[in-house]
Design a protein around this ligand. Structure first.
Ligand code: 3HC
Length: 269
């Protein structure tokens, strides 16, 4: 997701610093961006000069200090609150006071990240959708602590990168995941029950609802580990059984079948 976000920002003519814990993971993210852009050049959708301009706007770093002059910092690390909170503490120490500190969390309470920094008013959620380069939506999530200035500047930023922003309060799953994940979870239940095959459920939802992909293909795209943590958080927040992650999902995650990124999830790639 981080590479996709960096590409969107760079495409809009802004400089993006892609910060990762290791040079190797930063290089992998840039490689993904580079090959995505190369495909577009091959298809005649992007010219080579534009590709070079986009790539020139992206630099990488491992040291958090490199983010010191950024106007906006978007965290997109693993969906684990303690990890995110530690990152926000570290960002608080290096970021310029005017910077917005945003999280791309799928479901975790944004306020929990806001409360570990010295200026909680500058923290909000800026939530992209997979693949970030393609999907137009961004949810701008307002925790109770955020200032109007933080939200207004985030709205302006989202517009400037060419996305469609929607405003939502800091409630687990925000808009999209709160509505999408009961559907995905119930598709797994239907497969467990033997009602239909995975392929037929995917075909049915594509052909019957005109969805671009069926629930199992989408779970594999999002990542089964990410999907499991989203459902766990939604279930803990709302207590609704539709959010209780299905055993088959837990089993696949335990087996390391995490979706497209591990070349196997519900499907094998
Ligand atoms: N990364 C970058 N670009 C990608 C991509 C990827 N992983 N997958 C596809 N694309 C691009 C292609 O290059 C192509 O670009 P072009 O039109 O400029 O040539 C365009 O997307 C269309 O791709 P394809 O023609 O190969 O395939 P499709 O038309 O089937 O589209 C799809 C693929 C965009 C993934 C489409 O199936 C889709 O929109 N699926 C639904 C995705 C969705 O629902 N996402 C939300 C998930 S929930 C979420 O993200 C929340 C989070 O918190 C977990």
């Amino acid at each position: 997701m981080a590479g996709g976000i960096a590409e969107v920002v760079a495409r809009a003519g802004m400089r993006a610093i892609l910060r990762a814990r290791s040079e190797a993971s930063a290089a992998t993210a840039v490689k993904q961006v580079t090959s995505g852009l190369a495909r577009q050049v091959d298809k005649g959708k992007l010219d080579a000069a534009e590709r070079d301009r986009i790539l020139a706007n992206i630099t990488t770093a491992t040291d958090l200090g490199a983010l010191g002059a950024c106007d906006i910092i978007i965290e997109s690390v693993v969906e684990d609150l303690a990890t995110k909170q530690q990152l926000f503490r570290d960002l608080d120490a290096v970021a310029t006071p005017r910077a917005i500190l945003a999280t791309n969390t799928s479901t975790l309470p944004v306020v929990e990240m806001a409360k570990v920094v010295r200026q909680p008013e500058r923290v909000c959620g800026i939530h992209f959708f997979n693949p970030a380069q393609v999907l137009p939506l961004v949810e701008i999530v307002r925790p109770i602590t955020a200032s109007d200035d933080t939200i207004n500047r985030s709205v302006t930023f989202v517009k400037a990168i060419g996305k469609d922003g929607v405003n939502v309060l800091d409630r687990a799953g925000f808009i999209v995941n709160a509505l999408l994940f009961p559907y995905l979870n119930n598709a797994i239940r239907m497969l467990e029950d033997g009602t239909a095959s995975m392929e037929d459920i995917d075909t049915a939802m594509k052909g019957g609802c005109n969805f671009p992909m069926g629930p199992f293909a989408l779970l594999d795209l999002v990542g089964l580990d990410t999907s499991l943590s989203i459902l766990d958080t939604l279930h803990a927040s709302f207590g609704d059984e539709n959010f209780a992650p299905r055993p088959m999902l837990r089993k696949l995650v335990a087996e390391g079948r995490l979706g497209r990124k591990t070349k196997a999830g519900f499907y094998v790639y």
